[in-house]
Each structure stands twice: as C-alpha cells, then as structure tokens.
Design a protein around this ligand. Sequence first.
Ligand code: ACM
Length: 784
Amino acid sequence: MRHRLPPSRLRLRAAILLLAAATLLAACAPRPQRPHEVVAAPALIPLPARLVAGDGGFDLDAATPLHADGEAAQQAARRFAALAARSNGLRLGVPTAGGPAPGTIAFVVDPAVSPEAPEGYALTIDADGIAVRASNARGLFHGATTLWQLVAQAQGEAMTLPALRIDDAPRLRWRGLMLDSARHFQSVDEIKRVLDAMALHKLNVFHWHLTDDQGWRIEIKRYPRLTEIGGCRIPAGDGGIDPATGAPVPYCGFYTQDQIREVVAYAAALHIDVVPEINGPGHAQAAVAAYPELGVLDAPVPVLAEWGVNRTLFNVEESTFAFLENVLAEVVELFPGTYVHVGGDEAVKDQWEASPRVQQRMRELGVRDEAQLQSHFIGRMERFLSTHGRRLIGWDEILEGGLPPEATVMSWRGIEGGLAAAALGHDVVMSPVSDLYLDYLQTDAPDEPPGRPSMVTLEQVYRFEPVPAALSAAQRHHILGVQANMWTEHTRSFARLQHHLFPRMAALAETGWSPAQARDYAGFLERLPAQLQRYRALDIAYAQTPFQALATIDGDRRDGTARVTLRNPLGYPIRYTLDGSVPDAGSPRYAAPLDLRLPAQVRAAAFAADGTPLAPATTHTVDATSLLTRRNAELSVCPDIGRLLLRLEDDGPLEGDRAIFDVTIFHPCWLWPAADLGDIDRLTVRAGRMPYAFQLAHDEPQRTFLPAATAHGELQVQGGGCDGPVLATQPLPAAPDADGFVTLDVPIDTGALATRRATDLCLRFTGDTRPTMWVVGAVTLQPR
Ligand code: ACM
C-alpha cells in the first residue's frame, strides 16, 4: 500500500484507517489488532548527521516485502525484521533477493555510499518504498537500527513512516561502554542484553573489566587457580555467612573461554569490538590470592571483599612478567580486536617502596623510581602485545614515568590526562569520572539505587565534549572517542545495572555519534520519550527516577502548614492533584511551591509533550506525624566533615531486600537541618550496622571518628550543628537485633541550645568505624 499525502492529511488518513480497523475488528475480531499509526516526526537517538524531511510517507505492515541481495544486506534485513517483531509484533516475511522496488523495504550494499565513513549509511523513505544503503555490513546494520527506531515509534503492526532522507555517519570512531564484571558478576545472558542495548545506541566498543582485587573472571587454561581461587570472594559481613549454619557463603563467577568466545562472536554480529581488561600492576589482589608468588609480600592474601584503593601489587620478577605474558597470550587468542586494556590505574606504590627485593629489581632493571618501574611494567605488556599485532590501552596513570608512543590512553581522572597524552602524540579515549561514570547517581531522588551520590546527570553525559577546544587540529586527530564507565561495587543486580545504564546510554550515544554542532539537549529531551517507548518495547528496565516528580517538603507541624516544592530532575512539566486521584494531562500544571494545610497528599507526575505521563505518579503525604520523621536519604550530609558520600547497601540479609544508607565513609555523620525541637524531649533513632569494607590507601589518615566513652560506643546528638552543644550521648548495644537494626530511645537535653525552633541536629556514632560502623536509618522526634 503506497500513497503520497501531505503530512496534515496523514492524520485524517490514519483516522479513517483507525475507523476501518475498528469496524473490521468488530466484524470478525479474529485477533486484536492495533490501529494503523502515523509516525509524524522522527525522534531518533542518536540524532543522525543529516536528515531532510520529505512529503507524505510510506505505509508499512506485515505484508511489506523485504528485499536484500547478498549476506550483508540479508543480515541487516533480518535484524530489522527481528527487532520490529519484538517491539511491535510486526511479522515481516523472510527477506528475498532483490533490490529496491515499489512497495518494498530494500537493504542495499552500495560502495558509493559514504566511502569515507566506514560506518555510514543512507536511508530514504518515500511513497514508493524504503531503501537502506551502505558501502558495507556495518553501515547497513546502523541503517537498519535507525529504520527500526522509526518503526518502534509506533506501537502496532501497521504504520505510516514519514518520508525522509538520512545521510548518517558517526562523529567519533570509539563509542564505548566499560562494564565491571569483577566487582559484581553478570551472566552471559545479561552481557548479551547489554550488548544488544549498545547496538541500539550505535555504540561500538565494549570494554570488559574482567580482573580486579575482588575477582578474576576470565578462565585462563594455564592458570586454573585464577578462577578457582580468584573467582570467589567471601563478602564482608552478613552477606558472606549462612545464617543457619554460620558457614561462609562465597560470591563466585567467571566466564569460561567458550563463553568468552560466545560473547565476542555475539558482539561481532552487532558490530561491537570487545576490549578485554587485565589489570596491573594494581587491582591485582585476586590474582595474587590465587598465586601468592605473584605478589610483593610473603603473606598470603584473600580475594578482597572491600572496595576502594588497595595496596596489593604484582611484583616485578621475570617469572611474573612470564605469567602476565602467558595470560595475555590466551587473551589475544580469545579477543580478536585491536586493543587490549592493561589497567594501570590506582597502583599505589607502597609495597614496591617497602620491598627490598623490588628495590633490588629496580637497580637490576636500571629504573630510577617506582613511577618508572610502573612504566617498565606497562612497557613490557606493550612489547608483548605489539609482537602479537595488538595495541595497548590503559588508564591515564600509564602516562606517568613514560609510555611507548603506540599506547592509547583512557583519560578517567578528568580530561587532563587525555590532553597531555594527545599533546605527546598518543591516541586517547575520553571517559572522565566527572561526566561519564555511570555508577554515580543520575538524580538526587531518595530512591536512587546504591552508588556514588555525587551526580552524573543525563545532561552532563549529554553535554560532555570529548574533543576539547584546547587541542590543536593535529592533536584533535588523536581523540579516538568517548566512553562511559560502569563500575559495579554497589550494583548487585541486573535491574540496578540497567537503572544506571539507561537512559544515560542514550545521551552517550548522541555525544559519540552526532555532529557536535547538531547536539541540542532540549531537542534530545523532546525525543527521549520515544526512546523510553522503545526501551519498554524491548524490556529494557531504564531508570524511572529521572522521569518522576520529586518533592521537597518544608512543614511546620505546629502551625499545621507545609510547603511542597515539586521538581522533575530533567525539567519535564509536572501535573499534580491534591484529592488523591492519579494526575493526568488535564490536572493542574505545577508552577510554584504549593502551600498546603495539614494533612495533605500531593500526587504528581511529569508529562511528555503529548500528554502521556513519563513515569508512575509519586505520592507525597504530609501530616503532623510524617514531619516528625526523616529517613536516611532525607537527612543531609554534615558540612565540612565526613567526605566521600556513598549510598551503600546493607550487608544482609543473605536473601531478599537489604536496607540502603547514605554514609560519608571518612567520618559517618548525618544532619537534620533546621529541626524544630521546641516541644521535643526524646528522639527515636533507628540504627543499622554494617561492615566497614573500604580500603583508602593514602587517604586512610583522613578516616576519623569520635572516641568512644563506653564499651560499645555511643550515639552522640548535637544541636546547633556538629560544633554545638551535646544533647545526648546514648550508649549502644554490643550488636544490633536479629534484623540488623536497633531502635534507640534517646532523651535529649535542649537546655543549652540558643534556639530550639530551627536547629541543625547532628548525629554521629562514637568509636572506630572498623571493622563495623553504625549508620542512621531514620530519626523520629518525640513531642512531649
Ligand atoms: C578508575 O576509575 N580507577 C579507572
């Protein structure tokens, strides 16, 4: 079915089709069918390099033939059909041989299309048909993805796609995602789902972090203990103990070489290169646990069950280099891509400095200092890789002490390492912690999952510029691209992993693919709801928090009033109700803080431009009782003390949900700003206890705590901030109750306070935070 209609008439046509479909449905109703939908405006992510809208459109349904000549075209056609079947239930026929013809969708290898851009493609849609052309399989693959994105903007099996012409190619050739499978392990199936999603976002490099202090996850045939021993750790605290038997419960996982090959082949079919990371000389404890002779110390070490920066390094014996080369020999057999990542980050040199044997080796090797020894170490890896036709890439610390010119630098501590590397003539991938670390939380919503609560918002990812203006034209050439990194210390489940990845992967896609001058954050937000629909259609569990209506509540329980301030983290318009009903497109639009009488209930949601809610409505109930309690995530950090805020998950129970706490791990401290203590003479504090599972290396002296006065320490409460008078010092029990918590009844003496009406309430626990630390779960003020 073909036609040529001006866009305004498309709607009328759709309405007629809808009526016809409804009549048909009523007449025979063999199976429910969605009406024919009109995709009015393309909402593509990433934005193509060039898109010109045409007139009218093409009607597509299950009867539309697919044409494809040759294997590359057949593959692209099959991929398109498979995606359309999954997202829309659209059952297209098997692609048949043939080129573009009226009424068909054709996939065509055409050497004349974007000969300069190996990933480029052209897509044309007009009343006569659809054609995807590219000079190779990779381009056709991306073109098929774009076409599918248009189809998935409709929800049914029949649609009109808008006439257009797209000429597209990526801005940057490295559009990467790093996934840490060492700290928490993902199944092969989960890895494949990440790869599928990367392909939908036109990302093309999967950097697979396979070894670290907390786990060695790649089978190496020559060294079976790497996975037998290095593949398991005993998690800290209750998560590592069977409550019934008291036996240790290890956390284990590794990929067999067959599984690795399966993942690499799966990625290759998606035109994704896999870059394995084998980390050294630091982040090496799992390997040293398996083979203690690789370490610097004589004492054996366990696979680490703590996070942070750890001191264990590989030693620099010739036998250790032989080990690493033997490992890399198996790695290069498994991973056919150009690059092998050798880590190089956060290798604090204390063990090398303190070891007479390492110092002797330094003299033998003629290296001046430990930085140069690391440089020697990386140089050895580089020589091995280059003799095997591979290129070394490492974190930006590999620049320190000198680096072979062929090495590529991944700039993570900011963009400075990347700038310096490009100036020295190294290739660079930009992946700064400040903008592209996806374990940092994406909103300030209280129910963001565990991670690092300093934020990396969708907008930051979107606005990150991988090619800094400071670079000369020649240096700019060295910027291969951009990469987001997903560390998983705090990400125990695939659902949480997806929460962190989506929708920020969409912003990364556009940062890496779309022309710099075409990037437009407001336009991206307009296109994002269509992307969410695609996510839902493919069961991608994206984060809801950026799309929710969040509330800040300032209440005065004694006046019986509250001011509720609503916000959506992405700035989408909010609508709300006060009568308990679910807000819809007809509900009042939120414009300014709501001044309400208690009790009140605000239900609110953010809406897309077409009036559909972007996430389920949130409910904010405020009454005299709710104003008396602050849960952990509603408390603030204490000013000037207690660096490194983490959102941590409790260590237990072994199975089931665990509590989540915001903790400033250098000095745990919580603040309830401007608490009204006017009629309060007691607090109820719900406190949990968790293992202090962090290595801080050279930051260790900054870890502080108040001294304990009694055997198990105390809860110390101060008013007027953390320098103000002590209101209570409540002794703690030896241990929490069976559920991991205690409820403390804390009488307070407010006599010394200058004001009791709005005082900053500061809560801390005394005593060493090692090996376990108490954490505030919730605080309730108890009126007289
Ligand atoms: C890193 O985040 N340590 C590369």
